[in-house]
Design a protein around this ligand. Sequence first.
Ligand SMILES: Cc1cc2nc3c(=O)[nH]c(=O)nc-3n(C[C@H](O)[C@H](O)[C@H](O)COP(=O)(O)OP(=O)(O)OC[C@H]3O[C@@H](n4cnc5c(N)ncnc54)[C@H](O)[C@@H]3O)c2cc1C
Length: 445
Amino acid sequence: MYDPFVHAHPGIGAPHSSSYWVDTAGAAPEDDGPLSGAIDVEVAIIGAGYTGLSCALNLAREHGIRAVVLEANQVAWGCSGRNGSFARISGGRVALSELISRYGATTAKAYFDEMSAGLNTVRGLIREGGIECDAQPDGVFKVASHAKHIDGLKREVGLYNDVLDYGAKFVPGADIQGVHTGAESFGALYMPDGFSMQPLKLAWGLHRMARKAGATVHVGSPVLNWTRSNGVHRLETPGGVVTARQVVVATNGYTSAALNKATAGRVLPVHSQIIVTRALTADEKQQSLPGSECMFDTRNLLSYYRRLPDDRILFGGRSAITGKDAENPQHRQNLHDALCRKFPVLSGIQVDYNWGGWVAVSENSLPFICRVPGEQNVFAAGGYAGSGVSFSVQAGKRLAQMVGGEAQPTQVDFLHQVPKRFPFQPFLRVGQRMAYAWYRYKDAQ
Ligand SMILES: Cc1cc2nc3c(=O)[nH]c(=O)nc-3n(C[C@H](O)[C@H](O)[C@H](O)COP(=O)(O)OP(=O)(O)OC[C@H]3O[C@@H](n4cnc5c(N)ncnc54)[C@H](O)[C@@H]3O)c2cc1C
């Protein structure tokens, strides 16, 4: 499997890796094929996931710039076609209490408002583009996987209510049984906003909208070499060359060090994996997930899950550290064990699908939407830490504003700072391995 730490680029026109999403998305929309020959544009975007597609759409619609998008493999080949499908008020992986203590209540609120705006941006695009992506009704539960987590959830609800003026609720264990039952249903934090959908259909919908607005999307066109001369960027792909005055890097967890020295080492690619079971019987459904809301738990190495419209369960969590180890059947087994621990009625249930992808974690565990220092007119966004379905779409919109000339399109300063490089790069994965072992130990207590 492609490993951004090891390989120079994600491939050349590789097909989507097999998944439930690929099998249920229907036919892929038309694209512009691989780049061939030389073209000159104002803006080139690298990566055709939600970030790149949203940026291309907004550049065309709001700024009159018809960008060219270069994608190594297929549209949404990265996270955008592989994720757990939760569009939530989310971005990064910093606890609310930590966010408030780091940046203060005013900035925390401004960031929360930006994340909420991101969710509304996605809702708006689905509506406006008539994107048929099987969107489910709203509702997100953070479920206590242990009784001792309840007090923490109650405190978090208090912060949402008092500091962010948001209507989160605590749901006691007895009351959650209608949507979530089984062995780990001790209570939950409930957020009324947030929904799930078919993520590949969402990406393809954005792709259609971007092309209709005037963007060009070349698949099978990895950027293999990037040089700059006299303020003009030259991006070489296997079939052709793009020269551009401005470049947007929208490669997130799939960014290799070889792409550009200025962006190298600024995100840690972390593998997340998903299994999808066979469809549940009515009885199994009643004893596990009667509800179809978005669910995740309170573990350090958390699980995220939902019941799909055809009554299968999608269940995801952290898995391999390296690309080489990603296909190891043990990771699939670990997810299966975690699912059955939570819902004993599903013990031994057949798994029909299993896939994974690279999420991107930045040094401060928060997203960034920034101008890249040391480069001329290069912009980048990413670092969503497995919580980027809605925020990446919002980040693409903000990137378009920056390319269009706005220095800082939000009030949240930290979002617009380039992420620090991780220190001790060669040892990052050793540290990650140790952190996982510690979290596993803590989660088992
Ligand atoms: C298993 C999994 C579950 C997840 N679940 C959720 C969830 O439930 N909710 C949530 O909010 N978030 C979730 N996420 C995260 C979310 O999917 C991402 O934050 C979001 O899709 C990022 O979009 P993106 O466009 O920035 O990056 P991506 O969609 O990853 O796109 C990057 C693209 O860049 C391309 N690329 C890289 N290098 C080059 C190059 N040299 N030349 C050309 N192209 C290149 C890649 O091929 C790739 O297609 C999950 C992610 C995974 C992997």
